[in-house]
Design a protein around this ligand. Structure first.
Ligand SMILES: [Zn+2]
Length: 332
């Protein structure tokens, strides 16, 4: 067998240290909850930790991510390890029957290794029945079961769940860590790595996706161009665009890139040219920054953030977008 099958985690050093020392001392909690913003590396860290838990190497030789050489590491790396179960949302939700299956399995002994590990992704999407069903398993864990949840902290995880897990709260990474990771792990050319690191807002997963899925990247750049011309357009065009977006575009993707765009405008207006993230679009940003009043830019940035929050609460997408796009400031 060739190659290193350990899972590499970039950044989150404190969390890696904490998990590594738990593995080395043999004292791990029964359940962990990795929280943090989207695409910041929660699932990767959880997967790496699962591998460290199950790895066959002596405790001292296992980093977070496992030894990368034993049979277990290789099987886990390729997704074929029978004692690791991955539970993902189905149609946007973790459902009670998925949790019931898990509970049934958790009562069985591991088939091959030390632990049965269950990874439940996006646990904030569990409906209350599913979350409550899991509670009993968290309260009365078996010695050979480890449950690793990942979730978005802001989206209301039940306190009864969080209080029974060791919480690993992850934050966004620095741009320099994302930059280095893209070059080392994904062989991105330095220029591309720097641009994506800035645009990622510290979400390595997003930057990697932009490399692996150029179509998403192109969608985002197109949405940026479309939104940019709205500054010169009237009510009818703006409402038509809101309707078109609401029909089937990735709104969250659009909002995030718009926020970065408008933040760049503000930075340019304040003379902080070196801090902008859309460095490939400087030629379009500069005249726009000169045309708009700083107070208007600030107000619109605020409106973008408010809209992003509203959209997480199931408001009508089209209404929210209409209201937002009508607020796009006019040139001074
Ligand atoms: Zn190993």
């Amino acid at each position: 067998m060739t190659g290193d099958a350990s899972i590499v985690v970039y950044g989150h050093e404190w969390a890696q240290r904490l998990l590594r020392s738990a593995v080395m001392s043999g004292r791990t909690a029964h359940a962990y909850l990795f929280t943090g913003p989207d695409q910041v590396g929660k699932a990767t860290l959880a997967r790496a930790f699962a591998q460290a838990l199950c790895c066959e190497a002596p405790q001292g030789e296992r980093g977070v991510g496992g030894c990368g050489r034993c049979r277990t590491c290789r099987l886990m790396h390729d997704g074929y390890y029978s004692d690791l179960r991955l539970v993902e949302p189905v149609s946007g939700q973790i459902r009670i029957d998925q949790v019931r299956d898990l509970i049934r399995e958790a009562t069985l002994s591991p088939a091959v290794g030390r632990y049965k590990v269950f990874m439940i992704q996006s646990f904030e999407s569990a409906n209350p029945n599913a979350a409550n069903a899991l509670l009993k398993t968290l309260e009365e864990p078996t010695e050979t079961t480890r449950i690793l949840l990942t979730g978005n902290e802001s989206a209301g995880l039940l306190p009864t769940i969080t209080s029974r897990c060791q919480i690993i709260p992850l934050r966004t990474l620095s741009a320099s860590i994302v930059d280095a990771a893209l070059q080392r792990g994904w062989q991105a050319p330095p220029e591309q790595a720097r641009l994506l690191a800035g645009l990622s807002g510290g979400r390595l997963g997003w930057a990697v996706q932009a490399i692996m899925r150029p179509d998403l990247w192109e969608t985002q750049r197109r949405q940026l161009d479309e939104a940019r011309v709205l500054v010169g357009q009237g009510v009818v065009d703006r409402l038509a665009y809101a309707a078109r977006l609401a029909e089937g575009e990735d709104i969250h993707l659009a909002l995030r890139s718009w926020m970065l765009w408008w933040r760049d405008l503000l930075l340019l207006q304040r003379g902080c040219d070196d801090l902008i993230v859309n460095s490939d679009r400087l030629a379009q940003l500069q005249p726009m920054a000169a045309q708009l009043r700083p107070a208007d830019v600030r107000r619109y940035l605020q409106a973008l953030m408010t809209t992003a929050n509203l959209l997480r609460q199931n408001v009508s997408v089209q209404l929210a977008l209409e209201s937002l796009l009508l607020k796009v400031p006019l040139p001074a």
